[in-house]
Design a protein around this ligand. Structure first.
Ligand code: IMP
Length: 173
């Protein structure tokens, strides 16, 4: 999109390289097991598609629809808009998120999914913005730590837009 002022923060090549590494790590650490990938919609759809292809294991994918954000401010109010379609009891589950910002969404998700008694529950997040953390979250598989900037692209949106950019960028308003 050759419009607006978008600064590239993480380019396609850098994303692909790091995601291949995370996929290899997940494959190694879950060798001999099946993993249930749980991408959190909508923001993680692109990361999840690339990460899933970098994992060499039997997998199932169960999408979870969440709404937790309005504009650029985290509200901490989380709503499940579309739930998993099957039980994850006794399964090895990996939540796939686009970004852990305040940590409120992930904390809610962890608590919610733990009640479903998975055998293991891990988090893969493409991005982490520690400067805005309100609750500590242990991210098992992290792509990149970023500064306190609002990012768009590669699945991330600003009011619903920019999710289709192939890189992570900063919108200079
Ligand atoms: P948290 O609850 O504050 O950790 O926010 C989590 C959710 O807010 C993420 O899954 C994103 O959907 C959204 N979010 C947080 N920071 C950004 C950003 O910089 N750009 C786009 N979405 C963001």
């Amino acid at each position: 999109m050759a419009n607006e002022n978008i600064k590239v923060l993480i380019d396609e090549k850098t994303l692909a390289k790091r995601i291949a590494e995370i996929g290899a790590q997940i494959t190694k650490e879950h060798a001999g097991r099946e993993v249930i990938l749980v991408p959190v919609l909508k923001g993680s759809f692109m990361f999840a598609a690339d990460l899933a292809r970098a994992i060499d294991l039997p997998t199932n994918i169960e999408f979870l629809g969440l709404q937790s954000y309005a504009g650029t401010k985290s509200t901490g109010v989380v709503q499940i808009t579309s739930d998993l379609t099957r039980s994850v009891a006794d399964k090895d589950v990996i939540i796939i998120e686009d970004i852990v910002d305040t940590g409120l969404t992930m904390t809610y998700l962890l608590e919610n999914l733990q009640t479903r008694k998975p055998r293991s529950l891990k988090i893969a997040s493409l991005l982490h913005k520690p400067a805005r953390s309100k609750v500590h979250v242990d991210i098992d598989y992290l792509g990149f730590t970023i500064e306190d900037v609002f990012v768009i692209g590669y699945g991330l949106d600003y009011d619903g837009r920019y999710r289709n950019l192939p890189y992570v960028g900063v919108l200079e308003l």
